[in-house]
Design a protein around this ligand. Structure first.
Ligand code: NAD
Length: 420
């Protein structure tokens, strides 16, 4: 085990973030203790028949962190580094994310320790179906609704939905979100996180008086969140995207990038790097470009104590989960960089997942415009709520988002009372 793995326990980090925000709230110590721990955890070990005929054992987890405000909600990831503590932390963050945008869900997360890049589609389908059947007593439209996460897709959700439905004997689309539209998915879900990141950046710019028509924007990560976020910021806000990147590196053109040409280049070559109308830069250099809006939309902990001082943007809209370390947060706050935290800026995905579930339960599907309009309203209201707390308490937007979210879950807990 590396030094980093030994030292970094994501659940301990999530608990210390909780402790920091909870200080600002007048919450009963007993309720605080309850909110620091997951409600339920299920670990399963199960066999999967591999293509070569052998049986291999896999381990998976599903953690329901809190269900006081509604059913547990959160993705399932497939990754070799999945641990129970990571799943606990992600489930805790989902709880605060749902509360900060005030949708009636608790938080959950799941994960299977596996390397999907080394597995065939058939192996992944059998793994998904067996994992679903192992956690079937945990999930349902009323209790716990999975969604895609790292290395899981709308196809994975289709397999989960089918396995669950076959067991129950009829179709139950509302058991997962992020499904293909053809089997009960929502229009606008694929773009929802990027769209939310765009709304978060727009609201921050309005608050700070930044002229969006003149704004330069750098985006790290050109995947689902980054590429769609960049396109929407350019097309709907009229800002100039001066840099984008992926795992192989970044590109920059101060005059602005033609994003459809960049996308085409990535489709043909596998990377944005090498796009002819731009200079090549590293991912580290991208973060340090002079710009008005920076969107980290790739990995966690990319803005840290060593580079925070060199960040030259007015606004950070966090598409990725956990891109900024607590030390960097303090430095950015002192420098006057306005950070819209992940649990607010990237909550567009879970918000439209909520719309998908509502549509499935009603068997009545909305036009894409209606999805986008409702998402906008939730993002705008949530931004205003968090900003009001930040100004009232004189704290940064991240602490404000935690104060708001934890306060909502604590109030719900208090109102419901403790059983028996
Ligand atoms: P994705 O796999 O579609 O895209 C990830 C992008 O990051 C790719 O362009 C990849 O090349 C790039 N990347 C990978 N390693 C990199 C590195 N070392 N340096 C720079 N770039 C690198 O994933 P996504 O769905 O866009 O998710 C991105 C982030 O947003 C993750 O932190 C994820 O947890 C978070 N997020 C996603 C959603 C969603 O709905 N997709 C919702 C909330 C949060």
């Amino acid at each position: 085990m590396s030094d980093k793995e030994e030292k970094f326990n994501p659940f301990e980090m999530a608990q210390s973030q909780f402790d920091l925000a909870a200080q600002y709230l007048d919450i009963d110590d007993g309720i605080k203790a309850k909110l620091r721990l997951p409600k339920r955890e299920l670990t399963v070990n199960f066999p999967v028949r591999m293509d070569d005929g052998s049986l291999r054992m896999f381990t998976g987890h599903r953690v329901q962190y809190d269900i006081t405000r509604g059913p547990a909600k959160g993705g399932i990831r497939y990754h070799p580094d999945v641990t129970l503590d990571e799943v606990r932390a992600l489930a805790m963050w989902m709880t605060w994310k749902c509360a900060v945008v005030n949708i009636p869900y608790g938080g959950a997360k799941g994960g299977v320790v596996c390397n999907p890049k080394e597995m065939s589609d058939g192996e992944l389908e059998r793994l998904t179906r067996r994992f679903t059947s192992e956690i079937i007593m945990f999930i349902s439209p009323e209790s716990d609704i999975p969604a895609p996460d790292v290395n899981t897709t709308s196809q994975t959700m289709a397999w989960i939905m089918d396995t669950y439905s076959m067991t129950k004997g009829h179709s139950i689309p509302a058991v997962v979100t992020g499904k293909p539209v053809e089997i009960g998915g929502s229009l606008g879900r694929r773009e929802a996180t990027g769209r939310g990141v765009m709304f978060a950046a727009r609201e921050a710019a309005h608050h700070l008086g930044v002229d969006l028509g003149e704004a330069r924007v750098a985006v790290q990560g050109f995947g689902n969140v980054g590429s769609i976020g960049a396109e929407l910021i350019q097309n709907e806000l009229g800002s100039r995207i001066i840099a984008v990147s992926d795992s192989r590196g970044g590109i920059t053109n101060p005059a602005g990038l033609d994003l459809s040409a960049v996308r085409q280049h990535k489709r043909e070559t596998g990377s944005v790097v090498g796009y002819p109308e731009a200079d090549t830069i590293t991912n580290e250099e991208l973060l340090e470009l002079e710009c008005e809006i920076l969107v980290p939309a790739a990995l966690e902990e990319v803005i840290h104590a060593d580079n925070a001082d060199r960040i030259r943007t007015r606004i950070i809209s966090e598409g990725a989960n956990g891109p900024t370390t607590p030390e960097a947060d303090a430095i950015l706050y002192d420098k006057g960089v306005f950070v819209v935290p992940d649990i607010l800026a990237n909550a567009g995905g879970v918000t439209v997942s909520y719309f998908e579930w509502v549509q499935d339960l009603q068997s009545f599907f909305w036009e894409e415009d209606e999805v986008n309009k409702n998402l906008e309203q939730i993002m705008v209201n949530s931004f205003a709520d968090v900003l009001a707390v930040a100004q009232e308490r004189n704290v940064n937007m991240r602490t404000a988002a935690y104060i708001l979210a934890i306060g909502r879950v604590a109030t719900a807990t208090q109102l419901r009372g403790v059983y028996p």
